[in-house]
Every structure is written in structure tokens, then in C-alpha cells.
Write a protein that binds this ligand. Structure first.
Ligand code: FUL
Ligand code: CA
Length: 709
């Protein structure tokens, strides 16, 4: 790829000379040259192309995910498969209410986890006993899938389903027998609940599980072969040809965005190669059209609902960043909002979802380029059908095109009146494939062209480019600087981001509490979990906070009004902590408050370290942050946590599995059991680690209160 600055210089001179020498490029002159009845052919499709179903799906942009099942009641992210269905008994589940909330949040559909890795089927399946009929909920007569499907129909959004291939409950998992059950589950879900817009085949296959009591590790080898996705896809097509198949190895219609943060990479391609998935970037010129979906949850605590997660909800501004990094790069975004044990969404999540919607509504309130007139360096066959004004007509089906051998055309749009904007959105006509490699945007400011974006790479389904600051102009120029085949551009739109809410950022260094806002307004804060209000303590530099708990803060503006609340959860301050011993590795790195440094033990498990917290606490929970450097070696996925008052006699306070670290290496919170006395020492042990290495930890936190007396 060329360096941005040189693209800028070359193209600027090119355009200047073009303006002087070639008055024919003016649009009105063009149309007067057109001969009646002259019609140019459509450009030939380029490489891999989407199916009509994929085009419709890519235009959905945004839909919801809901994780709700046995894990909701155990607090786990991955159930082992031995959970008793009797624990599933939501007291206030109302599918219609949930779907209505999703719809109000701007979601065009929702995907429900009909079966997660624990194997529990939330509908009365005939394929396994481990299902909803064995629960006390509605006396075993309920059907969560049906209720969601009906609610989606009622509220006019699309229904989709997640059906985990990995099944930690099924006795035959890994063998032929399981497949029969699994295919039946797919058939039931696609035959009995109306149209399913998307079916999700999760790629996680963790190995060990209950498996009908065997409690062992099962290796399925090549997942694509074992599940026989080729056959599965054939079956799905025969039942619901419009269903988008997510995952499914080489046979699916849509792919993972590459992280569970919802982000996809830029440049970004909807195409992938014959042999690879394509991950978050896709493959330029790839042979298959398999667009990406960015997936993430609205809450930092995970996919399922967890006790106390209200303090870990993502702010609307964080979600906006996710939006630009997924939808804004041409992928779809699926956002999870989990239901709790009562069957309701968490009010904190819902609040953020609605504020996120408000921010998007404000962003999209006006497309300043709509109805702009346009001229171009070339128009295909001088045919009006391919006019550059197709980019500003609000119709995604019409597009501007040039001759086949022209890979670097440019077009100028003139807005109805000058506008101030800071987001530029472009789209290619993806029905003809994805073509553009790079582009620049200029604005005509004070009598000359100024490049306002020289970093444009792919366009594809869509790209949203955010400017560092708003620009006011009436004339804009799009310069395509590289393309695989003649570009076909269907949209050139301009928006203005809503003014950002002043929401403080909260940190802690040692014992020092640091709360930053815009530097102009007063910051009110609390450390007891309550909402700061008029009269709450005013933050000033030097404030200390050494306990564990939730700090909340908001600005109070000159007119007395209160700004939006931000929050951060802290463990017990580690200033008085010391590593007492470790089996290997530098354990101090796991208690240095720095997520970028990690304790990494030498190969082999178990590996452990002991910390002296300096004084006794009533410890209630601890958290484990896996290594954050993008590597998975040594991530501790099975652990033990012991506590001691004197560093000599130990008591096990927790043990278990950290699930899903590979795809989603977020902080893991674990409640401690049997801890009613003072805890001064803890021992963290990694009993199993990913990828055959020794254990590791980027950070361990402990939550609790100083012991009394
Ligand atoms: C992952 C799963 O393992 C998680 O539990 C979750 O369902 C997420 C959407 O996909 O791979
Ligand atoms: Ca660290």
C-alpha cells in the first residue's frame, strides 16, 4: 500500500491539472453529451459475490444476542454439562418485553442461545433428555425458543438461533451417536419456529466435560469433518434457504469478526480464501464471500448474566467505539444483552443500550450529502444510469461507475448548502463484489482542495471514516486511488457526531484515586456504590481509596445539572502486598496493578504463588486477569484459590474453570466459599493451562473488607 502523504501529493496535482485541462468532467456537460437511447452495460461482477440473502443480511447491520440458560443460574460462562435442569426457574421471564427492548435499542433481530456448550436445550427437543421439560419452569411445559420466536414476530424483528456444536452433556459426544441428536436439534429449530434469519455454530470445542457421566476429555479432531458441516449446510438450505449460516468451517455464509470485543480489522474484506477463515480482515480477492460479524457483550462480565454485573456495563461511548470498529468497517454487529435469574434484562444494561441508540440516532439524524449534485472524472458510457449523483440519492441500489479500465476515478459532490460534518460514509455496490483498495477525501475550503482523509483503504459494504475534528464545506471530492476492478460506489454520505457527554474516567494508582473529566467542571463521586448527587463529595487530587468497591463519578456543570455517571470497580489496594513464595516465575508481576505484565511460570502444572496482603480481610471474591498480550500460552483455565490467616494452614476457597479465555480474555470474577474468618494470605494455583505451558496471570485482585478487630 502506498504511503498516505505521497498519495495526497500525486493526486492533488493530478486533480488540479484535470480541472484546468478537462472541462468535460463537469457533470452537466456530460449529460448534454449523452445520446438518447445510449445504454452502457453494467460492470462485470468482480471475483466472489454475495448471495441476495447475504446482501440483505449485511444491510441489517445490527442485532441482539441473548445468552440465557443454565449458566445464568450457576454464574458460569461454560457449564460442564452436569448441571441439574431443576435450577432453571426464571420467575419473571417475558420474551415480549425483552424483544421489545431489543427493538427499541435499534436491533433488527435477535439470536437466542437455544443450546450452549452445557448441552441444555431450552426447548422440548426429542433429541435429548437434557432439556426444558425437566425444569420446574412452567411445570416443564415451557419453550423459551418458541416464546422468543413469537415475540420477534410480534415486534417485527428477525429471529435467529445459536446451537452449540460442542455438547458437554451428551454421552455420545465425539462419537457417531451424538451427530444424530445434533442434526435432529438443527432440524427441530429450523422446522418448528418459523423463519430463522441466522444460525450460529460456535467454534469452541474445549475438550473435557461431563459426557453422560464419563467426565473426561474428548478430542474431536477436525471439527469440520466430525460435525460434517457440508452435510449440515445442505440440510439447512433444504429447510430454510434464507437462513444465514454463521461459522460452519468452509461452508458457512458469515464469519467471526476475530475478537469478542466486537471489533473487526481495517482494511476489511467481505471475502475470504478457499483455505482460511479470513478472521477479522478477510482476504483481498478471496474466492468466497463470507462477510464478518463482530460479536461482543454490553457488559464486561461475560456472555451470561453474573451477580453484580451492573457495575461492569459498557458505557454508550464505549459501545459507539465498537460501532465504528464493526459496522463502520463493513461488518455486522451482534450485541449480547443477557437475562438474569428472574429472566429479566439487567436495568443497567438496558439503560446503556438505550443511550447507545440515542447516540446513533443523533449521528444519523441528517445525511448532509443527501440530494447533493455530483460530477465525476468519468461516467460509464456517459450513461445517466451510472451518474455520480447515484451516490447521493439515498438509494443503495444505484451506483456511480466508470469504464472498465479506469481504476482511479474521482467525483465531486456539491451539497445543497455548506455543512459541518465529521463522519464520512462510503459504500460499494457489493452485489458486484468488493473492489476498492484505497481512497482519499478532499474538501473545498477557502478556494482550494484540502485533503481531509488520506487514510481510506477498503470500502466494501460500508466504511465510516471519523475525522479528528468537524469540517465545514459545501464541496467534497472522493478520489479512488486504487481498486481491484472498476469501482462501483453506491453511497457518499456525511454525518456529524453528537457532542460527547462529559463522563469522567476513574483510575487508581496505588492508593491514589484519579478521576479525570474535562478539567472545567466539578466532579462528584461516591465510594459506596450509590449514584453521586448534589452534595456528594467533590473530587480533588490527592483523594485516596484503598478499599475494594465501586467508585462512581459524574460532573456537575455550572448550571447545577449533573452529567452521566461512570464507574469503576476496584479490589483491595495492593500497596501493602508482597509475594511470599512461588513455584516459578515472577509472581510480583501479577500484583503490580499493570495489566501488561504477567506472571508466567515455567512449563508444567500445577504452578502457584502465595501473597501476603499485609493485614487481615474478610475476602468475598477474587478476580483473575489472563495475559493481555494476545498470546494464549499458559493462560490458566483451571485454578484453585486458597486462603490462610497465618500462611501455614490453608483452606480451599474456590476452584474451577476459567472458560472461553482463548476467544475472550477478560477479567474473571469468582466468589469465595467458606471464608468467614480473616484472610491475610492467598495462594493462587494454576492446575491447567492452555497450549501446554505453565500457568500465568496478568493480575489477581481480591475483594472484601478489612477484618474487624
Ligand atoms: C464463544 C462461546 O464459547 C461463548 O461462551 C459465547 O457463547 C460466545 C458468543 O461464543 O465462543
Ligand atoms: Ca501485572
Amino acid at each position: 500500500m502506498k504511503e498516505g502523504g505521497s498519495i495526497l501529493r500525486i493526486s492533488a496535482t493530478h486533480i488540479f491539472s484535470m480541472n484546468k485541462l478537462a472541462p468535460l468532467f463537469v457533470g452537466t456537460a456530460l449529460s448534454s453529451l449523452m445520446l438518447p437511447g445510449q445504454a452502457a452495460d453494467n460492470p462485470k461482477p468482480n471475483g466472489a459475490m454475495p448471495t441476495p440473502q447475504q446482501v440483505n443480511w449485511q444491510r441489517m447491520e445490527f442485532y441482539g444476542f441473548i445468552h440465557f440458560g443454565l449458566n445464568t443460574f450457576t454464574g458460569r460462562e461454560w457449564g460442564y454439562g452436569d448441571e441439574n435442569p431443576q435450577i432453571f426457574n426464571p420467575t419473571d421471564f417475558n420474551a415480549s418485553e425483552i424483544v421489545e427492548t431489543f427493538k427499541k435499542g435499534g436491533m433488527k433481530g435477535m439470536i437466542y442461545t437455544a443450546k450452549h456448550h452445557d448441552g441444555f436445550c431450552a426447548w422440548p427437543t426429542k433429541s435429548t433428555e437434557h432439556n426444558i421439560t425437566k425444569t420446574p419452569w412452567k411445570n416443564g411445559k415451557g419453550d423459551v425458543v418458541k416464546e422468543f420466536a413469537l415475540a420477534c414476530k410480534k415486534h417485527g424483528i428477525k429471529f435467529g438461533t445459536y446451537l452449540s456444536p460442542w455438547d458437554r452433556n451428551h454421552a455420545e459426544y465425539g462419537k457417531e451417536g451424538y451427530l444424530k441428536a445434533y442434526y435432529q436439534q438443527i432440524r427441530e429449530l429450523l422446522s418448528n419456529y418459523g423463519p430463522v434469519f441466522e444460525i450460529w455454530f460456535d467454534g469452541a470445542n474445549g475438550g473435557d466435560g461431563y459426557y453422560g457421566g464419563a467426565r473426561e476429555k474428548r478430542n474431536i479432531g477436525d471439527a469440520e469433518k466430525y460435525y460434517n458441516f457440508e452435510k449440515i449446510v445442505e440440510m439447512i438450505r433444504s429447510i430454510q434457504p434464507n437462513c444465514i449460516i454463521w461459522g460452519a468451517g468452509h461452508y458457512g455464509d458469515a464469519r467471526w469478526g476475530g475478537s469478542e470485543k466486537g471489533h473487526v480489522n481495517y482494511p476489511h474484506w467481505s471475502t475470504v480464501g478457499l483455505n482460511g477463515g479470513g478472521g477479522g480482515t478477510g482476504k483481498r480477492g478471496g474466492e468466497r464471500w463470507v462477510p464478518a460479524e463482530g460479536d461482543t457483550t454490553i457488559n464486561h462480565s461475560g456472555w451470561f448474566w453474573h451477580q453484580g454485573q451492573a457495575s461492569r456495563v459498557k458505557s454508550p461511548e464505549e459501545l459507539m467505539q465498537v460501532w465504528f470498529d464493526s459496522v463502520g468497517r463493513g461488518a455486522n454487529l451482534i450485541l449480547n444483552v443477557a437475562a438474569d435469574k428472574t429472566g429479566k434484562l439487567d436495568p443497567a444494561d438496558v439503560k446503556s443500550l438505550m443511550e447507545f441508540k440515542e447516540l446513533r440516532d443523533k449521528l444519523y439524524a441528517k445525511n448532509f450529502a443527501l440530494g447533493a449534485t455530483a460530477t465525476a472524472s468519468q461516467t460509464r458510457g456517459n450513461d445517466k444510469k451510472f451518474s455520480p449523483s447515484n451516490m447521493t440519492d439515498g438509494n443503495l441500489d444505484t451506483y456511480w461507475a466508470v469504464e472498465d479500465d479506469n481504476l482511479t476515478p474521482s467525483a465531486v459532490i456539491t451539497l445543497p448548502k455548506p455543512a459541518t460534518f465529521d463522519v464520512i460514509r462510503l459504500r460499494e455496490q457489493i452485489r458486484l463484489g468488493q473492489r476498492v483498495d484505497s481512497f482519499n477525501i478532499d474538501a473545498f475550503i477557502k478556494g482550494k482542495w484540502v485533503c481531509i482523509d488520506n487514510g481510506g483503504k477498503t470500502i466494501g459494504n460500508q466504511v465510516m471514516r471519523r475525522l479528528d475534528r468537524p469540517i465545514t464545506a459545501q464541496k467534497l471530492r472522493l478520489r479512488i486511488t486504487g481498486s481491484q476492478a472498476t469501482p462501483c460506489i453506491s453511497e457518499f454520505a456525511l454525518f456529524r457526531q453528537p457532542a460527547g457527554a462529559v463522563r469522567p474516567s476513574i483510575f487508581r494508582r496505588g492508593d491514589n484515586l484519579i478521576i479525570l473529566a474535562d478539567g472545567k467542571n466539578k466532579i462528584l463521586y461516591t465510594t459506596d456504590g450509590s449514584e453521586p448527587k448534589a452534595g456528594s463529595p467533590v473530587y480533588s487530587q490527592g483523594a485516596k481509596f484503598s478499599e475494594s468497591g465501586v467508585v462512581k463519578a459524574r460532573c456537575q456543570f455550572a448550571n447545577g445539572k449533573l452529567g452521566p455517571v461512570s464507574q469503576a470497580k476496584f479490589g483491595i489496594s495492593k500497596t501493602g502486598w508482597k509475594v511470599k513464595s512461588s513455584t516459578s516465575g515472577n509472581a510480583a508481576a501479577a500484583i503490580d496493578d499493570n495489566p501488561e505484565t504477567s506472571w508466567t511460570a515455567t512449563a508444567g502444572v500445577p504452578q502457584s504463588f502465595v501473597v501476603d496482603m499485609g493485614k487481615p480481610y474478610r475476602a468475598t471474591s477474587f478476580s483473575y486477569l489472563p495475559r493481555q498480550d494476545g498470546k494464549t500460552e499458559g493462560m490458566t483455565d483451571k485454578y484453585q484459590f486458597e486462603v490462610s490467616a497465618d500462611g501455614k494452614t490453608w483452606k480451599k476457597a474456590a476452584e474451577g474453570e476459567f472458560s472461553n479465555l482463548r476467544a475472550n480474555p477478560i477479567e474473571q470474577n469468582v466468589n469465595l466459599k467458606n471464608v468467614d474468618e480473616s484472610v491475610r494470605y492467598f495462594r493462587f494455583t494454576g492446575t491447567n493451562a492452555l497450549d501446554g505451558s505453565g500457568a500465568s496471570a496478568a493480575e489477581i485482585n481480591v475483594f472484601g473488607t478489612p477484618a474487624q478487630g
